[in-house]
Write a protein that binds this ligand. Structure first.
Ligand code: T4K
Length: 367
């Protein structure tokens, strides 16, 4: 049997580089609570992403919950059901009702043309997702938000380093969340950040992430504890040094996939846009069973039989989570429903060889 191929694999700096980076922690014994590494990584990321007001957190999910809380969002949020459950969970856990909007057929992001009819007097925010690193229709979304006085919060978990018209994804909307989980293009083992347009929210998050402790030592409000520790920040400092190499290695694998699968009848690849610089975070394919002759699940199984682990990111729709007890029908978002039944993310990571990509595509084409 050929070597097992997982859907992704964490990028790692050299062991010596990381141990050099953390050596000083043995001298200072300062391990968390916004230490030297934490501050250095925040500065480095602001420079790399060309943003201000970037606040590191323990993970992306908690960063998104924190954004919702510090911005005081209430009532309803218009969002997408075609995402990792974290997006929807954050909305629900902060006491808002998610209102699910359908997605676009070509790039799987929220369909801006379908948002307006979903807005009620209770709506406080639009929470779209740059799914797979595909940038949402941000201009249209902003226009709608301005018209109704809503906040726009992007779940940019997949969009690290992506730019659109030379603008960083983190600069769009009122706030964005990036995930720095081990499975992401850039990681800090676990980690994430919130980026705000308004500095006041950055300051408020500094309090939120440290129990609500204000500068004067008083507790301003019931905050949480979602600080990134120094070992994670050190991992981020190392990984950021090599991000260029990491992205170009992923790009090579993506180009090889495209060569292999571009002309396979019934398999649609993620659309590329000229004004978008990609980070090659995921490689989703959409399978049309009528044209291809087999289903997404047939491909999933055939790959598994060949020791290749693909993933059904994102199936099922988050509107079908059990906690909603069937309150939302998948047929209310027909495009999202169809894509969720047909999408499959193929393995993609730094160092994925052309031979392995050919092996994966060979299994698919053999069907
Ligand atoms: N919003 C969106 C749109 C998201 O996709 C996510 C996270 C979030 C919000 C929340 O961000 P975080 O709070 O996580 O920062 C994974 C990740 O855990 C999750 O971060 C990610 N999205 C989601 C799409 O995928 P699983 O359950 O599929 O991961 P798992 O453990 O099966 O790992 C997948 C593969 O990755 C493994 O087969 C091997 C490789 N791997 C995994 C780990 C944990 C490594 O190479 N190293 C590792 O340490 O959820």
């Amino acid at each position: 049997m050929d070597e097992k191929v997982m859907v992704t694999r964490s990028s790692m700096p050299d062991f010596e580089e990381y141990t050099r980076e953390i050596k000083s922690l043995w001298e200072t014994r300062w391990l968390t609570n916004s230490g030297v590494k934490h501050r250095e990584l925040e500065e480095n990321l602001c420079r790399y992403l060309k943003v201000e007001n970037l606040n590191l957190c323990v993970n992306g999910h908690q960063a998104l919950e924190a954004i919702i809380e510090v911005m005081g969002l209430k009532g309803e949020a218009v969002t997408t059901p075609f995402t990792f459950t974290s997006t929807t969970n954050s909305i629900v856990r902060k006491g808002l009702k998610p209102v699910f909007c359908d997605i676009r057929e070509d790039d799987f992001t929220i369909d801006a043309d379908k948002i307006e009819p979903l807005i009620t007097e209770k709506t406080s925010a639009i929470i779209p997702v740059h799914v797979y690193g595909n940038i949402c229709q941000y201009e249209k979304i902003q226009k709608i938000a301005d018209k109704y006085g809503l906040k726009v919060i992007y779940d940019a978990a997949h969009a690290f380093g992506v730019t659109v018209d030379s603008v960083g994804a983190g600069s769009l909307g009122d706030a964005s969340m990036f995930s720095f989980h081990a499975t992401k293009v850039f990681h800090t083992i676990e980690g994430g950040c919130a980026i705000f347009k308004d500095r006041a929210f950055y300051d408020k998050l500094n309090e939120y992430k440290n129990f609500g402790l204000g500068a004067d030592g008083e507790i301003e409000f019931a905050g949480s504890n979602i600080k990134m520790n120094e070992f994670s920040a050190a991992m981020g400092i190392c990984n950021l040094r090599h991000i260029g190499q990491s992205v170009s290695s992923r790009k090579q694998a993506v180009l090889r996939y495209r060569e292999n699968l571009e002309n396979v009848n019934g398999i649609r690849l993620n659309a590329e846009r000229e004004n978008v610089k990609s980070n090659y975070a995921y490689f989703p394919i959409v399978v049309d069973p009528e044209k291809f002759g087999k289903t997404r699940d047939d491909i999933f199984t055939a790959l598994a039989e060949n020791n290749i682990v693909a993933r059904k990111y994102f199936y099922p729709l988050t509107s079908q989570n059990k906690e909603f007890g069937g309150a939302y029908s998948a047929s209310e978002t027909p495009v999202a429903n169809k894509i969720a039944q047909r999408v499959l993310c193929l393995p993609l990571y730094e160092g994925l060889s052309n031979d392995t990509v050919d092996r994966i595509c060979g299994v698919i084409k053999s069907l």
